[in-house]
Ligand binder design. Structure first.
Ligand code: AMP
Length: 216
């Protein structure tokens, strides 16, 4: 199963991508997490991306496409994957289609949540300072490694949160139009409990795969 989860920052893409990946036995590939890890470790990629990520802008298409191409070539992703945070531009979506030629259908799930709620969620969410995992609502320490929970640096400042919503509207929202007429595109209401959203996504993926199977 090849899937991408798209939607604005704060919609719950990371949380839901993790659940889908665990449920279906495929890796979750989160470009935001890969970048945060690189920044924390001070790698060449991290040094190149740091300022851009912290300002809430998008890292360049060529760099991101290269990162995802290499990741999808790794053996664990050959049987399927869930992408979170990529594609974020039409150029990235086009490149992804090229990478996936001959690798089966792509299921596209859009999680819809509107502006005010997104601002609230971004200000409230926490990640692990050690391993970068997303924390759940009541968590006090990281469930994966016991690390301390902190705000994401790009969630701290209201102006950066606002910037990311603007960047989404201008640069990422057009990918919804790029995908929306495909038989494997599904849109989900993201303003429900995480369990309900996960249920809807599960049903949407099954129905999209069925459609893809019957048309191929
Ligand atoms: P996320 O964790 O998906 O919200 O991503 C955090 C930040 O990483 C974004 O605000 C961007 O600065 C950067 N980023 C993540 N994925 C991409 C991408 N596909 N293209 C460009 N920038 C990205």
């Amino acid at each position: 199963m090849n899937a991408v989860i798209i939607g604005p920052p704060g919609a719950g893409k990371g949380t839901q991508a993790e659940r889908v990946a665990a449920g279906r036995g495929v890796p979750k590939i989160s470009t935001g997490e890969m970048l945060r890890e690189a920044i924390q470790q001070g790698t060449e990629l991290g040094r190149r991306a740091k300022a851009t990520v912290e300002q809430g802008e998008l890292v360049g298409d060529d760099l991101m496409i290269d990162i995802v191409r290499r990741r999808l070539d790794r053996p664990d992703a050959r049987g399927g994957f869930v992408l979170d945070g990529f594609p974020r531009t039409v150029a990235q979506a086009e490149a992804l289609d090229q990478m996936l030629a001959g690798r089966g259908p792509l299921v596209v799930i859009e999680i819809g949540v509107l502006g005010r709620e997104l601002m609230r969620r971004m200000a409230a969410r926490r990640i692990c300072s050690k391993c970068g995992a997303n924390a759940g609502p009541g968590d006090v320490t990281c469930r994966r490694c016991g690390g301390e929970l902190v705000l994401r640096s790009d969630d701290e400042d209201a102006s950066v949160r606002d910037r990311r919503l603007q960047v989404y509207a201008r640069q990422t929202k057009p990918i919804v139009h790029y995908y929306r007429n495909r038989p494997t595109f599904r849109s989900i209401d993201g303003v429900q409990s995480p369990d309900r959203v996960a249920e809807d996504i599960g049903e949407a993926i099954d129905s999209a795969l069925q459609t893809a199977g019957s048309t191929s």
